[in-house]
Design a protein around this ligand. Structure first.
Ligand code: AKG
Length: 345
């Protein structure tokens, strides 16, 4: 039997039973809102000049009201984005034996190809294969990455360097939008971590029955997501799922659980999910920008006062991350496990 979903279901006319969600937990695609302006679109041109305070205000509002925004004029060249998308597609189109050289079901491995989410613990599988790569510092990990397609390491490394630059600029802007020093987040992350997933969602004969990824919040600090031209990402806003329409050369930024903690709930890490479709395969590439495992996470002392007591206890990112993978993708946030006693649900 095939190990990866793409090999298992190529040409399938039905979703295998272990991918079928219970009736009360299906995408209900006809109830999803779609609009051209589903989440704010922010133009970053001018972030380093006189427009900075205006752009930071826009970022702050987006973080407060949506936990999600899109960025344009982010400074990453179209060729870097194009190469990343095409080498990713090429990888997932390689023969099975070639792809499987990177396979592992151990979430602790720093380079691994896998399927669904956590095949060791989950009850229902998700319609996704993915290649997960640690990518900062690059020289520690690049030698583990697939060497086929031949330009893979070079194209992905160039992309990672660029996205790291963008993530650092965004974290500065987010710190300032909270009234903190620009380098507050940067310092809170310790040595910084950067991971990436290349998600491959094959076409699906019955998209109403399953998810590419069910609703979840990200455990990290911020995620910078690149998607191809096929829609699939949906964000929960005011209790409704909203589809995010792909815009070429635009990144989607979402806040992760650690920003919720550092901001003491001023900003929220928001549920999102990926749905699949019957006509087109889809690639999405989230870069998860993280604290290092030994970094201590806690609400910024500057955001605590008599009216705003700390809502979370201090913990290391390693402690949080382990709980996240063990619990599986879950609409109940892992954050509940770290609330100060008086604020736990
Ligand atoms: O495919 C997408 O658009 C979302 C991916 C995602 O949420 C994830 O990989 O955590």
């Amino acid at each position: 039997m095939a190990t990866l979903l793409s090999d298992l279901v190529s040409g399938a006319t039905h979703v295998p039973s272990n991918y079928v969600r219970p009736a009360q937990d299906r995408p209900n695609l006809d109830q999803v809102q779609s609009s051209d302006h589903s989440i704010p679109l922010i133009n970053l041109q001018g972030l380093e000049d006189s427009r900075r305070s205006d752009i930071i205000k826009q970022i702050g509002l987006a973080c407060q009201d949506y936990g999600f925004f899109q960025v344009q004029n982010h400074g990453i060249e179209e060729a870097v984005i194009g190469n990343m998308l095409s080498v990713s597609k090429e990888f997932f189109h390689l023969p099975e034996s070639e792809r499987l050289k990177s396979f592992s079901d151990d979430p602790l491995k720093t380079t691994r190809l896998s399927t669904s989410f956590n095949v060791k613990t989950e009850e229902v599988s998700s319609w996704r294969d993915y290649l997960r790569l640690h990518c900062y510092p690059l020289e520690d990990y690049m030698h583990e990455w697939p060497s086929n397609p031949p330009s893979f390491r070079e194209d992905v490394a160039e992309y990672c360097r660029n996205v790291r630059g963008l993530a650092v600029r965004l974290l500065e802007a987010i710190s300032e939008s909270l009234g903190l020093e620009g380098d507050y987040m940067n310092k809170a992350l310790g040595k910084h971590g950067q991971h990436m997933a290349i998600n491959y969602y094959p076409t699906c004969p019955q998209p109403e029955l399953t998810y590419g990824l069910p609703g979840h919040a990200d455990p990290n600090v911020i995620t910078v997501l690149l998607q191809d031209d096929v829609a699939g990402l949906q964000v929960l806003n005011n209790g409704k799922w909203v589809a995010v329409k792909p815009i070429p050369h635009t990144f989607i930024v979402n806040l992760g659980d650690q920003i919720q903690v550092l901001s003491n709930d001023r900003y929220k890490s928001v549920l999102h999910r990926a749905v699949v479709n019957c006509n087109k395969e889809r690639i999405s590439i989230p870069t998860f920008y993280c604290p290092s495992y030994d970094a201590v996470m806690e609400p910024a002392p500057q955001l605590i006062d008599d009216h705003h007591p700390p809502l979370y206890r201090s913990f290391t990112y390693a402690e949080f991350y382990e709980k996240f993978w063990d619990r599986g993708l879950n609409t109940r946030s892992s954050l509940d496990l770290f609330k100060t006693t008086s604020h736990s649900a």
